[in-house]
Structure formats: C-alpha cells, structure tokens
Ligand binder design. Structure first.
Ligand code: SF4
Length: 449
C-alpha cells in the first residue's frame, strides 16, 4: 500500500466500533419504558454480563478520556454506592428471573477507591440478586497509585479473577506532562498484592502518542511492564479531543508526537510484545498464547464490546452506574451521564436511562459484520447474512468495497472480505464500509491510528 494512501486513511475520523450503532446514534426517544420492556422479556437464567461504572478519581490525569470526576471526599462516593445498590434492586425487579452472570466488570474512573468493606457488600448484593456462573470472570480496573493492600485483599475475598492495571507510560517526563506520576515500584507492589490475594490474571494498559513520548520510552515501558508478567496488554493511541475533554487543553499541543511518530511508537510497542511471545488480538490487544483471549481468536469466538476485545458471548449486558451502557437483543440504553441526574432518577425509583437506540434487523446484521471484521479481520458476507436470511447486497456498498480493494486495504475472494496485512491497523476503516450511519456522526471520532 502506498504510504500516502495509508496516511490519508489514518488521518480520518472513524469509530472504534465497540458497538454498532455507536453511542452518537442514541436518542432520548428510547428511554426507561423501552428498557423495562426489554428487561421483562429476558429469559430466566439467560446469560448476561454486568458492567459497573465508578466515576470518581482522586486527581485528573490530563490525557483522560473517561467519564469521571475528581473528589477527595468519601461522602460523594458513599452517596453513589447507595444509589448503585438501589439501581441493582430496580434492575432485578424489572427482570422476570435472575439472569446468570458470566462476566462482571468494574470500570471508571477508579473503582479501587471504593472503601473495601463497601466493595464486599456490593459484590455480595450482586451475588444475592443475580445468579453467577461458576467460572464467572470478575474483573476490575486498578489505579496502582491509590490501591491499598486492604483493598487488594477485599477483591480477593469477593472472588475477583482479573485486574487491569493502568500504566500508560513509565517515562517520568511523560508522567509529569500528563500529571500521572506512578513509579514502576508502585505498579509492581500493586500487582504483588493482587496476586497475593488470589487474583492471578493481570492486564496492563499502555498508551502511545502522549506528550513528549518517544519510541525508546515506549520500548522501555514495555520492557519494565513485562517484569510483572501480564497476561494481556491493551495498547491505545492517545486521543486528543479537547473540545470534548476540556482538561486536555492543559496539554501543550506542540509536545504531542506527530502522525509519523505515533506510528513508530505503536510499531515499537507491538514489536516488543511480539518478541516477548504475545499474540496480537484485533486492533489494540495482545495476549499470552495460553490466555482465553488468544484461545478465542484461534477458535473464531473472539467478541468486541465496550471494554474492547473479550471472550464474553452474552447477548445481554446490564450497565449500572452513571453513563453506563446496557445492551439487550432489542437495543441499547445509556444511563444519565451526570452523577447528579443519575442520583435523582434512582432516588425516585426510576431506571436512570437518559437515551437509547432500538435495533432494526439491518442494524443487527451490520453489527455482526462489523464485529467479525474488528475481531478477525475477515468476514464471509454471505455466511453472516444467511444467518438472518438477508442478501449481502442489501448491506454492502459495492463502490466502497471496490475503493478499499483498489487502495490495498482488503482482498476479496467470493463473498469473503479480508483485511490485507499492511492495512491491519486500518481495520476500523474496513469496518466503516458497513456502517450505515457514519456520515451523520463522523466528526465525533478520533483519528484512526
Ligand atoms: S485514573 Fe483513569 S479515569 Fe481517573 S483521571 Fe486518570 S485516566 Fe482518568
């Protein structure tokens, strides 16, 4: 592929496709009533996943793209936990029988700043309200700077099985620029506490494209991270979107690596991880060959959801907490993003839904095609469409595919479309060819690489 062609695609805005349709398509017209109807239609004992959002941090990292707020006090966290407990009861009351939870994920924000005793109570309530699969994965995002040994032990008591450790970069110059100072020793201690508490599986999250970041600093961060023997890495490019995240305005744009430097950094991280024996999973994950994610890639069962790549195959996702997104086979709903709004709804006994999206059959087919491309970089259009009794021509923009073929991003063999190796990092663009709504929402996304 010509480098100009690559650059032209990579500089464009396309979604990361952790869902289809993506969140900008959600509307206030789909709200609590729709969600109640969808929950009421769940089969008793149906497989489901639960995501719990904890939107609090002790300080704001300047690169942050998450829904979070800064608090030094315990009272807002306690008030929020009380609302979460109410919301769990509301959701349980809206379902005909307890769904069976195969995956439970705590994200944020910094969920590890929940007081340990409250975390034990919260997980106990979830176990009372929902059935748990015996091999359920219970995962949490961990900020090593605020994790305590007591909290690590509480997580072990609750039965957590996986922890995602936020690292981003160990370079002190980068850390000072992004206001996230976290030594290797702090990180290694957190991992030691977690493993000591029985949480064996550890992920490490890294970012490239941060202020002052260099290729050698990226490689060194990987080398240091390997010392804690992670099972998985998630590697993201920093998304500079100061119009949506005003705290990012404090970063000096001149200190951000340019496009060519970002590419080199991503390549250096990928190379170092492959050399260390990790397998590349989809767009931005790496896993040990014996990790379930690598197994899912081998067996063609890899999935993609709001947390990225996953082994989670449940059709239903119950999102709890401010800004959380839920999914059923009928559609998506998102909870109120503002904590104050979320608290108000729950206090009135309402499911705190702010907006949503009811799926059409066409959306479901497009979603299946896009997920296959994002996970496996290839899709059999006839095979995917046959599951729904649809003709592939109804969801295929032939001109767009021909352009991708001519530009060297994909090769076509019968009804199979496969992303070429030089275009692996442009997989989002191939998926975008099947997005029926992209034209309306394009300005909302960060660049592809
Ligand atoms: S700890 Fe994570 S969620 Fe909190 S401000 Fe930093 S990057 Fe954002």
């Amino acid at each position: 592929m010509h480098s100009d062609t690559f650059a032209r695609y990579a500089a464009s805005n396309v979604p990361r496709y952790t869902s289809y349709p993506t969140a900008p398509a959600f509307s206030p017209e789909v709200g609590e009533d729709a969600y109640r109807t969808w929950l009421a239609s769940l089969d008793g004992g149906a497989d489901a996943s639960v995501y719990i959002h904890v939107p609090f941090c002790r300080a704001m990292c300047l690169y942050c793209g998450c829904h979070t707020t800064v608090t030094r006090r315990e009272e807002p966290v306690e008030r929020y936990l009380a609302a979460l407990a109410l919301e769990i009861d509301l959701v349980r009351a809206a379902t005909p029988a307890p769904p069976r939870i195969g995956h439970l994920h705590f994200g944020g924000g910094s969920p590890t700043l929940i007081p340990p005793v409250r975390m034990i109570e919260l997980v106990a309530q979830l176990r009372r309200c929902f059935g748990f699969a015996p091999d359920a994965e219970i995962a949490i995002e961990v900020d090593p700077r605020t994790l305590t040994e007591e909290m690590a032990s509480a997580l072990g008591t609750c039965g957590f099985t996986r922890a995602s450790i936020g690292v981003q970069s160990f370079d002190p110059i980068v850390q000072r620029a992004i206001r996230r100072v976290q030594s290797f020793e702090t990180t290694a201690t957190a991992v030691r506490w977690l493993r000591g508490a029985g949480i064996e599986r550890v992920n490490v999250d890294l970012i490239y494209g941060l202020p002052h970041q260099t290729v050698s600093a990226c490689a060194e961060t990987v080398e240091q991270s390997l010392e804690v023997r992670p099972d998985r890495f998630a590697v993201f490019g920093y998304a500079h979107v100061p119009d949506f995240k005003p705290h990012q305005r404090k970063l000096d744009p001149a200190s951000l690596p340019d496009f060519a430097a970002r590419l080199e950094q991503a390549a250096a991280i990928g190379e170092a991880l492959r050399r260390a024996g990790y397998l590349e999973i989809g767009l931005d994950h790496f896993a040990r060959p014996d990790d379930p994610l690598a197994e899912a890639l081998r067996t063609g069962t890899l999935r993609r959801n709001f947390q990225g790549y996953t082994t989670d195959t449940a059709e239903t996702l119950i999102g709890l907490g401010a800004s959380s997104i839920s999914r059923t086979k009928q559609g998506f709903v998102q909870n109120a993003v503002l904590i104050s709004e979320y608290l108000k709804h729950v206090a009135k006994g309402r499911l705190p839904v702010a907006r949503g999206y009811a799926l059409t059959e066409e959306d479901t087919i497009r979603a299946a095609i896009i997920e296959r491309i994002m996970c496996h970089r290839r899709v059999d259009l006839a095979g995917e469409c046959a599951r729904f009794g649809w003709d592939p021509d109804r969801v295929t923009d032939q001109d767009a595919i021909d352009t991708l073929v001519a530009d060297g991003l994909v090769r076509k063999c019968g009804s199979v479309i496969e992303v070429t190796e030089p275009a692996h990092s442009l997989v989002r663009w191939v998926a975008a060819a099947f997005d029926g709504q992209l034209a309306h929402h394009r300005q909302r996304y960060s660049r592809a690489v």
